[in-house]
Design a protein around this ligand. Structure first.
Ligand SMILES: Nc1nc2c(ncn2[C@@H]2O[C@H](COP(=O)(O)OP(=O)(O)OP(=O)(O)O)[C@@H](O)[C@H]2O)c(=O)[nH]1
Ligand SMILES: [Mg+2]
Length: 256
């Protein structure tokens, strides 16, 4: 099975894009399942085939351990990791070609705590995976915000060690020219440096410039895909990237 993880800051559009990609794959006769890994979510725009809430819910954890909502979300994600093997077994028992995995709203829980790392490694073991890092295009329209998102996406990539695509989400909310300009900035660090120089002054400008240079130096060669879950934009491109990677067209890490 090939796993497609959707990651990104709260509200970046993970669940909505997961649902849109799932529908698109099914309507193209591609055998796909959809997995919810958020034990705290109330409502989802899809019906998960495998659901973290069948293993642990934030509500139960709050009651059982007498925790507040934030502590309970952390504890629930840690408890979920204990069930990683069972979750993998349930997913694999469905014998689909692709599993779309929607991750918790709080990016740091999945990307920066060992529970998320353990979950992703367990699921991916013996198969392939791709991570889609979502950045809300409205947020990315400001060069300094874009730089901070690029840095965040790189640090997530470094944590999970999976091939990663930078997905610009909600592109229906800005015009085509803005989308093209942002893609251009991401693909051309020198232009991004220029844009930052016009926006910031002093210490923060220097800091952003250093981050841009760092990303350039380490070869931040990430693929950018503009999408809109509402308009169905970019879903075919995401699938073609997943196909390329799952077919071995690009290295991916397997954990044995
Ligand atoms: N215009 C537009 N709005 C979108 C799109 N995708 C998501 N949204 C809206 O953005 C908001 C957040 O979307 P979600 O899919 O819940 O985002 P999320 O990243 O799963 O959120 P959390 O799980 O809470 O972190 C919702 O109000 C969505 O309707 C899109 O392609 N276009
Ligand atoms: Mg969500």
């Amino acid at each position: 099975m090939f796993y497609i993880f959707l990651l990104g800051p709260a509200g970046s559009g993970k669940s909505t894009l997961a649902a849109a990609l799932y529908d698109w794959l099914l309507s193209n006769d591609i055998d796909t399942i959809i997995v919810n890994l958020d034990p705290g979510v109330d409502w989802l725009p899809y019906k998960p085939d495998v659901d973290a809430r069948d293993y642990v819910t934030v509500e139960d954890v709050m009651e059982k351990y007498n925790l507040g909502p934030n502590g309970a979300i952390i504890a629930a994600t840690d408890l979920l990791a204990v069930d990683a093997e069972n979750i993998k077994d349930e997913i694999e028992s469905l014998k689909a070609d692709y599993a779309i995995v929607d991750t918790p709203g709080q990016l740091e829980l999945f990307a920066f705590r060992s529970a998320g790392e353990h979950l992703s490694k367990t699921l991916v073991s013996g198969g392939g995976a791709l991570s889609l890092f979502l950045v809300d295009i409205v947020f990315a329209s400001k060069p300094s915000s874009l730089v901070s998102m690029l840095l965040l996406s790189y640090s997530v990539r470094f944590r999970l060690l999976l091939p990663q695509v930078l997905v610009l989400s909600k592109c229906d909310m800005v015009d085509e020219r803005t989308v093209d300009y942002i893609v251009h900035l991401i693909e051309n660090p020198a232009e991004l440096l220029n844009a930052i120089s016009n926006e910031l002054k002093g210490m923060y400008r220097q800091l952003s410039e250093s981050i841009c240079r760092l990303l350039d130096d380490i070869g931040y060669d990430i693929e950018v895909v503009p999408t809109s879950a509402v308009k169905g934009k970019g879903l075919d491109i995401l699938y073609s990237i997943a196909q390329r990677i799952s077919a071995g067209g690009e290295d991916y890490v397997t954990y044995y």
